[in-house]
Ligand binder design. Structure first.
Ligand SMILES: Nc1ncnc2c1ncn2[C@@H]1O[C@H](COP(=O)(O)OP(=O)(O)OP(=O)(O)O)[C@@H](O)[C@H]1O
Ligand SMILES: [Mg+2]
Length: 283
């Protein structure tokens, strides 16, 4: 498998300002990330809130410029993003069909061809033909996310950043939408960067998983291996929290881990070392 995307020592620093807008410091949201995403794979990215997952996604998409480092796209082709909140992609005043057509007409497609492609994408995500003229509010949360996914796949992208795509959905719906993303990947030859704070979701879909902490990748391994033999203390802690048999307690525990003041604790976050084939751990 060739690398579709190569990221080299990527950095993004944001200014930290006080209440009066004066710069009082800076924050390394992404702090030296190097990785490759292979064509057809799903690279999962997990880590606590604020660890830099979304920033990494935006840098790879090119919607934000890195402070340093490079993102190289070896293939050509369209890129898209799916957000946690489908309303960020859907105009509440427009029909599902109009929302899915919009990125196509914006790229110069005729109304007729955009409509045909949009109807095809909506059918692929399981939205009933009779419902496509309805507005977002007429749909359930899961259906709205399906429409947002249709909008992302309609321009036939090669690569999609899925940023917490199922995190806002009910547990029962999460699995359905995750399965849909898997089916679409096969059908449309997609490559995913799949961001989630929820390791159990990433376990279902990711080929490999990167664990981020404070802007750095601390562990990167094939997903099954990461779960079977985690090496970094931070990964172990996240897994301990998520593998509790009681899901309610697991979520509480995960929230505790995430709330731990990261700056207070020094864990290894140096360059990645390959400890077994394809399994990298920060030294
Ligand atoms: N535009 C911005 N300006 C200033 N700081 C920012 C900006 N975007 C992100 N940050 C900061 O960068 C850090 C990383 O943010 P990011 O949104 O990438 O984290 P995340 O891992 O996606 O978190 P979450 O799980 O909450 O979505 C955070 O401390 C955040 O406050
Ligand atoms: Mg985020």
């Amino acid at each position: 498998m060739g690398g579709l995307i190569r990221v080299g020592d990527l950095r993004k620093t944001y200014p930290v300002r006080n209440a009066w807008g004066r710069k009082i410091g800076s924050l390394d949201a992404v702090d030296g990330v190097t990785l490759e995403i292979a064509a057809g794979e799903t690279l999962g990215v997990v880590g606590e809130s604020g660890s830099g997952k979304s920033t990494l996604g935006r840098l790879i998409l090119g919607v934000e410029r890195p402070t340093a480092g490079a993102v190289e796209h070896t293939g050509s082709g369209e890129m898209q993003i799916i957000h946690q909140d489908p309303f960020s992609a859907l105009n509440p005043h427009r029909s599902a069909l109009a929302s899915v057509m919009e990125p196509l007409t914006a790229r110069g497609a005729s109304a007729a061809s955009a409509e045909a492609a949009a109807r095809e994408a909506l059918a692929a995500v399981g939205i009933d033909e009779d419902a496509v003229r309805k507005r977002p509010r007429a749909f359930s949360g899961g259906q709205r996310q399906r429409i947002a996914i249709a909008r992302a796949i309609a321009p036939r992208p090669a690569f999609i950043v899925c940023d917490e795509p199922v995190s806002a959905l009910d547990m029962s719906i999460q699995a359905q939408v995750t399965d849909l993303l898997k089916d679409l990947q096969r059908e449309f030859d997609l490559t995913y960067l799949f961001i989630s704070h929820d390791l159990s979701v990433v376990r279902e879909i990711a080929t490999r998983t990167a664990v981020m902490r404070r802007g750095r990748i601390v562990e990167l391994a094939p997903t099954a291996e990461l779960f079977a033999a985690p090496r970094h203390p931070y990964t172990r802690r996240l897994l301990d929290a998520v593998l509790l048999p009681d899901p309610v307690r697991a979520r509480e525990r995960l929230a505790q881990v995430a709330a731990r003041p990261a700056a207070a604790e020094a864990l290894p976050d140096g360059p990645l070392v390959e400890v077994s084939p394809d399994h990298f751990v920060a030294g």
